[in-house]
Design a protein around this ligand. Structure first.
Ligand SMILES: Nc1ncnc2c1ncn2[C@@H]1O[C@H](COP(=O)(O)OP(=O)(O)OP(=O)(O)O)[C@@H](O)[C@H]1O
Length: 689
C-alpha cells in the first residue's frame, strides 16, 4: 500500500507549476499554513509541511478539497479512491506480501527470452544478442497523437528533427520527468513499421530483468496484441498472468497495489484484431473475475482494474486513435535513427570500412539515405549492400533507387533459398513470390497488415507453403508462434508487402492485360476491354488515380514500386519472375509525361511529392531540373510560382541536406500561400528564418 505521503507526492506532481502555486496559496489562506515554509516550496517540501501540520487523514482531506477548488476534479477523485483502497487494505489487516520470489522468476525468464532477438524480424532469421545490435533510437515526446493521414514511408521522409522536439531515452519514459516533475503512468509510443517499437520494448524489459534500470518496478507483464488476438473465451487478469508467466505449480495470488509496481506492456495496438470499447466500459475492477480480453485491456487503461499499474502501449500511428487521448499521460514517438545513430548502426553490424562505404553509397541517393531512419530498412540495405560491396566489380551495380534496393533484396532471398534447399523445393520461388504478391495486394487494398491461414488459402498458399516459405525466404514473411492453435502472418515490413503487391500488379497486367485495381467493372467497361487491351500506360494511369484518391496514401509506395519495376533496367533483373514483359521506351515516355502532367494539375503539394518520387524512380529529373533552374534565377521572391513549381520546390527542399539546417523563407515569398505550401518544409526545418 502506498503511504499517505507517497500518495500526496504523486498527486501534486501531476499539477502544473501554476496550479501548485495556487494550491499553496489556498493552504496559506484557507487553512492557515505558515507562509514561511511554503515560499519557494517544491512538491516534496509541500507534502512534508502538510504532514507536519496535520494528521495524515486530514492532509488528504485538505488536498482533495483544494484540488476541487482549483478544478482538478479528476486528481481529487483519484486521490480519494486510492486513499480509500489503501485504508481498505489496512482495515482488512492485509499483510504485506513478499513478491520477490515471483519477481526474480520473471526476471530470470525474461533474461533468457529477451537476451537474443530475431534480427530483421522473421522467424528463422538470425538470432542475435540484443545488446550487440541495439543502437539507441531517437525518441521524442510528442503531444499531437491522433490519426496520421499520410503514408508511413513518406512520413519518415519528411519527418526530421525539429527545434521543438524533446528527446527522451527509452528507459526514462516512466521515470519522474525532469522538465515537468511528473511521472508518466500511461504512455502511448507511436512509430511507423520497423522503426523499433518491439526492439525498444525488448530492451526495456531486458535492462529491467538484468537489474540495470527501473528496479522499483516489481513485475513487468508484456502482453503483445498479436498474442492477445489468439486468446478466445473468458479469462481473469490473474489467470492470464499465471498462465503466461508462471508455471502451474506456483501461482501468483495477488498483485502489488502500490503505485508503479506493476507494469503492463501492450505492444502493437495496430495489430489488435478485437475492438476496444471505452465508452461502454463497465467499470470492471476484480483481478480474479473472468471476462473477455478486450474488457481486461480497456479497464486496465481506464484505471478501473489495478489503478496503480503502469501501462505502456505501442502502436503504428494509424491506430493511435483507438485509445482516447484522455486516458494517456504522455505520447512519445520513435523517429528511428538520426544520422549519428545510422552510422553507429552500420558500424556495429559490419566493420568501420564497410560501414563507411555503405553510408557514402546511400548518401548518393538522398531518398534512400533518409529512409535509413527506419532500422528495418537499414537491415535490408545491409543485407543487400554488404555482399555486393565485398566484390570489387559489383561496386557500381549497387542500387540507388528504392525499387532497385528491393529487387536486390528479393534476389538475395532467392539465392539464399536455392543455396539452402537446392532440389528440395516444393514449388518454385517464383510461384511462391507471386502468390504472396497476390496476398500482399489484396490485403493492402483492405488495409490489413496481418493475416490468418484463411487469407493465405484465398491466395492459393496453404499453411504449409507459408511456413515452408517463411523457412526458405526468411526475411520476407514471419509467423507468430501459436499460443492457442491459430497462426498469424505478416510481412517483415510494410514496404515489403507494398513491393510484392506491385510485382503482382505487373504480373497480372503481363498475363491478362487487365488492371487489378478495379474488381467490379461495368458491362460497358468489360465490352470496351474486350476490344481494347490495356496498355502499360493505362495501368500506370489507374494506379496514379487510385493512389491520389486514397486519403491516407496507402497506395503511394505501391505506385512508386510499380513504375520503378516497369523500368527496363529493373525488370531485366526479374526476367524469371516476369518473362516476356515487353515495355518499350515509348511506353515509359508516355508514363513520364502523364505523371508530369498530373503533377501540373495537382493542387496538393503533399500528393504531388509522391509523384516526384515516382519520377525519381524512373530516373527522370527533367521537371526538377527545369524548376531548379527557375528557382535559381534572380528576383524569384517577386514572382508568382505556379502550383507545380511550389510542389517541386517542396520536393527539392525536402530532399536537400541544407534544408535541414536552415530554410531561408524570405527568399521565396512572404505570403500566406507560401506558408501553407511550404509547411512540410518549415515543419522539418530546424530554424525557419
Ligand atoms: N534499436 C535498434 N537497434 C538495432 N536494430 C534495430 C533497432 N530497432 C529495430 N531494429 C531492427 O529493425 C527490425 C524491426 O524492428 P521492430 O520489430 O522493433 O519494429 P516495429 O516498430 O515493432 O515494427 P512493426 O510496427 O512492424 O511491428 C528489428 O528486427 C531489427 O533488425
Amino acid at each position: 500500500m502506498a503511504s499517505v505521503k507517497e500518495l500526496l507526492k504523486k498527486t501534486l506532481y501531476d499539477l502544473r507549476k501554476d496550479d501548485l502555486k495556487e494550491f499553496q496559496w489556498h493552504l496559506r489562506n484557507d487553512y492557515g499554513f505558515p507562509a514561511s515554509g511554503l515560499e519557494e516550496a517544491d512538491v516534496l517540501d509541500t507534502v512534508d509541511k502538510m504532514v507536519e501540520c496535520e494528521t495524515q487523514e486530514e492532509a488528504v482531506k485538505i488536498t482533495v478539497k483544494i484540488l476541487r477548488k482549483i478544478n482538478q476534479n479528476q486528481l481529487a477523485e483519484e486521490l480519494e479512491k486510492k486513499h480509500k483502497e489503501g485504508k481498505g487494505a489496512v482495515d482488512s489487516k492485509a499483510v504485506d506480501v513478499d513478491y520477490s520470489e515471483f519477481s526474480n522468476t520473471l526476471k530470470k525468464l525474461f533474461k533468457q527470452k529477451y537476451e537474443r532477438i530475431l534480427d530483421g524480424n522473421s522467424e528463422t532469421s538470425r538470432q542475435r544478442y540484443l545488446d550487440d545490435i541495439y543502437t539507441d533510437l531517437y525518441i521524442v515526446k510528442n503531444h499531437t497523437g491522433g490519426v496520421v493521414n499520410e503514408h508511413e514511408v513518406r512520413q519518415i521522409e519528411s519527418n526530421r528533427t525539429s527545434a521543438e522536439d524533446t528527446s527522451v531515452m527509452c528507459n526514462d519514459i516512466f521515470k519522474v520527468q525532469r522538465d515537468t516533475g511528473r511521472q508518466n503512468r500511461k504512455v502511448l509510443t507511436l512509430g511507423i513499421a520497423g522503426v523499433g517499437k518491439t526492439v525498444s520494448v525488448s530492451k526495456f524489459i531486458l535492462d529491467w530483468a538484468e537489474g540495470k534500470e527501473n528496479q522499483e518496478i516489481i513485475f513487468i507483464f508484456p502482453l503483445p496484441f498479436r498474442q492477445l488476438n489468439l486468446i478466445s473465451g473468458n479469462r481473469s487478469l490473474m489467470g492470464l498472468i499465471n498462465k503466461k508467466f508462471f508455471g502451474s505449480d506456483k501461482q501468483l495470488s495477488s498483485l502489488p497495489k502500490e503505485e508503479g509496481k506493476v507494469m503492463f506492456i501492450f505492444d502493437g495496438l495496430d495489430e489488435g484484431r478485437f475492438s476496444l470499447s471505452f465508452k461502454n466500459s463497465e467499470g470492471f475492477t476484480d483481478v480474479t473475475k473472468e471476462t473477455t480480453v478486450d474488457v481486461i485491456i480497456t479497464n486496465l487503461i481506464e484505471k478501473n482494474l489495478l489503478p496503480s499499474a503502469l501501462i505502456w502501449i505501442t502502436s503504428r500511428p494509424a491506430a493511435a486513435h483507438l485509445i482516447p487521448p484522455d486516458y494517456i499521460d504522455q505520447v512519445t514517438e520513435i523517429r528511428g535513427f538520426n544520422d549519428e545513430q545510422k552510422k553507429v548502426y552500420f558500424t556495429r553490424n559490419s566493420d568501420p570500412d564497410m560501414s563507411e562505404r555503405i553510408i557514402s553509397h546511400m548518401k548518393r541517393s538522398r531518398s534512400l539515405y533518409i529512409l535509413c531512419h527506419i532500422p528495418v530498412f537499414c537491415w535490408i540495405c545491409l543485407s543487400v549492400l554488404q555482399p555486393l560491396m565485398m566484390i570489387q566489380e559489383n561496386q557500381n551495380k549497387s542500387p540507388t533507387t528504392l525499387t532497385g534496393m528491393y529487387i536486390y533484396f528479393l534476389l538475395s532471398q532467392m539465392k539464399q533459398m536455392t543455396d539452402k534447399y537446392s532440389d528440395n523445393l516444393p514449388q518454385s520461388f517464383e510461384d511462391v513470390v507471386l502468390k504472396l504478391g497476390k496476398l500482399a495486394f489484396k490485403q493492402l487494398q483492405k488495409g490489413n497488415l496481418i493475416f490468418y491461414e484463411k487469407d493465405l488459402k484465398e491466395c492459393g498458399l496453404d499453411e504449409r507453403d507459408g511456413l515452408v516459405f517463411s523457412g526458405l525466404c526468411t526475411q520476407m514473411f514471419q509467423t507468430e508462434k501459436p499460443v492457442s492453435g491459430r497462426k498469424v502472418f505478416s510481412f517483415v515490413h510494410l514496404s515489403v508487402q507494398e513491393f510484392l503487391a506491385a510485382l503482382y500488379v505487373l504480373f497480372i497486367y503481363r498475363n491478362k492485360k487487365t488492371n487489378p485495381f478495379s474488381p467490379s467493372l461495368t458491362l460497358g467497361d468489360k465490352l470496351i476491354r474486350k476490344f481494347k487491351k490495356n496498355s502499360l500506360v493505362d495501368l500506370h494511369k489507374i494506379a496514379v488515380e487510385n493512389a491520389l484518391q486514397s486519403e491516407n496514401g496507402h497506395l503511394d509506395l505501391l505506385l512508386r514500386f510499380l513504375v520503378g519495376l516497369s523500368l527496363e533496367s529493373n525488370h531485366n533483373d526479374l526476367k524469371d519472375l516476369l518473362p516476356s514483359l515487353k515495355i518499350t521506351a515509348e511506353d515509359m515516355g508516355q508514363t513520364v509525361e502523364y505523371i508530369k502532367q498530373t503533377i501540373k494539375n495537382e493542387e496538393s503539394s503533399e500528393k504531388s511529392i509522391n509523384l516526384f518520387h515516382c519520377l525519381n524512380e524512373l530516373n527522370d529529373d527533367s521537371l526538377i531540373k527545369e524548376i531548379q533552374k527557375y528557382l535559381n534565377s534572380e528576383g524569384l521572391s517577386a514572382q508568382d510560382l505556379s502550383s507545380v513549381q511550389w510542389s517541386a520546390l517542396v520536393f527539392v527542399l525536402l530532399m536537400s541536406e541544407e534544408t535541414q539546417e536552415m530554410f531561408e523563407m524570405q527568399k521565396y515569398r512572404r505570403s500566406d500561400e507560401a506558408v501553407i505550401r511550404l509547411l512540410p518544409v518549415i515543419r522539418n526545418t530546424r530554424r525557419a528564418l
